[in-house]
Structures are given as structure tokens and as C-alpha cells.
Design a protein around this ligand. Sequence first.
Ligand SMILES: Cc1cc2nc3c(=O)[nH]c(=O)nc-3n(C[C@H](O)[C@H](O)[C@H](O)COP(=O)(O)O)c2cc1C
Length: 189
Amino acid sequence: MLKELVMKNRSCRRFHQEIPVQRETLEQLIDLSRYVASPHNMQPLKYLIFCDEENNEKIFSTISWARYIESWKGPAQGERPPSYIIMLGDTAIKDHFEREAGIAAQTIMLGATEIGYGGCILGSAHQDKLREYLKIDNRYRILLVLAIGKPAEKVVLEEAGPDGDIKYWRDKDDVHHVPKRKLEDIILE
Ligand SMILES: Cc1cc2nc3c(=O)[nH]c(=O)nc-3n(C[C@H](O)[C@H](O)[C@H](O)COP(=O)(O)O)c2cc1C
């Protein structure tokens, strides 16, 4: 059921780093994004795939992880993402990409979850560094980094309390809790 998949598809930030994701698998996930809605059907998104240690380390160094969990500096060696997809906007096609970027990113992450992987959409990557490290042409806007791998953390959904606090948090067993607003709080009368 779609709802089950959507609920299972949580942002995961700790992985079994030793379990690789094959390039073909990442290509299949990107393939899903070809079929999503796109304003005026312009399809301006392009992708880079990385699943090697050297580039992965470079990408990792540009990312800020889980800002609400201030004491945590991101996944340790051994639990870092084994692969990344970098989503680019091709300025030769158009010059703004925000709407299609989210639709495509969620579709890729749902596809990853469906086949037993997980990951995180990351908007915090330091763009200048990423462009320099990976030699990304100025023609492309860097939109999002998608970290993908075998999840090594437990993430649970919960309802946001009456105070409306939506900050995710970790309990003493390192379970990651994600408060979501109630249905009656998002449908306006
Ligand atoms: C566009 C976008 C950018 C995000 N950027 C980051 C990020 O830079 N670092 C991070 O740790 N999480 C990032 N996230 C993940 C969110 O923190 C996460 O979606 C939110 O905490 C809710 O958790 P859930 O995805 O499990 O529902 C991003 C999510 C989206 C949609």
C-alpha cells in the first residue's frame, strides 16, 4: 500500500557503510524520476552517481546532518552512506528547479525504500565545495544530495504534541523520533 511505503520512507542518517549499493540500482532509482510531473514538462533535472570511497568522503565533508540533534556531528566512520545521488538543475533548459526537485527526490527515496534501502534528502551540502571537489560545471545548479544505503538506525513516527514542537529527537536507545503534525491541524476549515 502506498501509505505504508510513505510511512516507512523515513530520513535515515546512519547506514551499514560496508553494504554497497550498486551503480545499476542507483540508475534504476533515477529512472523512476523520469516519469514524474514537471512544470511544462521541461524535465531539467540531471544526476550524478557516486558509490566510491574517495568521492563519498568528499561529499560527506560538505554536508550538515540532523541540525536539531546538536550533540551529534553526523554518522561515524562505518555508518556513513555508501552511495550518493546528486541532483542538478540544467540551466540550459531553465533556471529554477525547486518544485520538480522535491517531487523527483521523494520519488527516488520511495523507490529506494521499496527495495530495502533508505536514505536522506540533503539540502545542506556546501555548494561551492561540492562543485569544486566534484568538478561540476557551472551550467548545472546543485539542488540536492540524496544519501542512499542500508539503514542502520531505527526511526519512528509520532504525533506532534499540543505545543506543536516538530523537532526530531533521539531517545536513550538511540531511536530517532519524528513528530508529524496531526491531520486536523493541517486541513483548514
Ligand atoms: C529538501 C530537504 C532537505 C533536507 N536537508 C537535510 C539536511 O541537509 N540534513 C539532514 O540531516 N536532513 C535533511 N533533510 C531531512 C529532514 O530533516 C527530514 O525530512 C525531517 O527531519 C523529517 O523526517 P522524515 O523525512 O523522516 O519525515 C532534508 C529534507 C528535505 C525534504
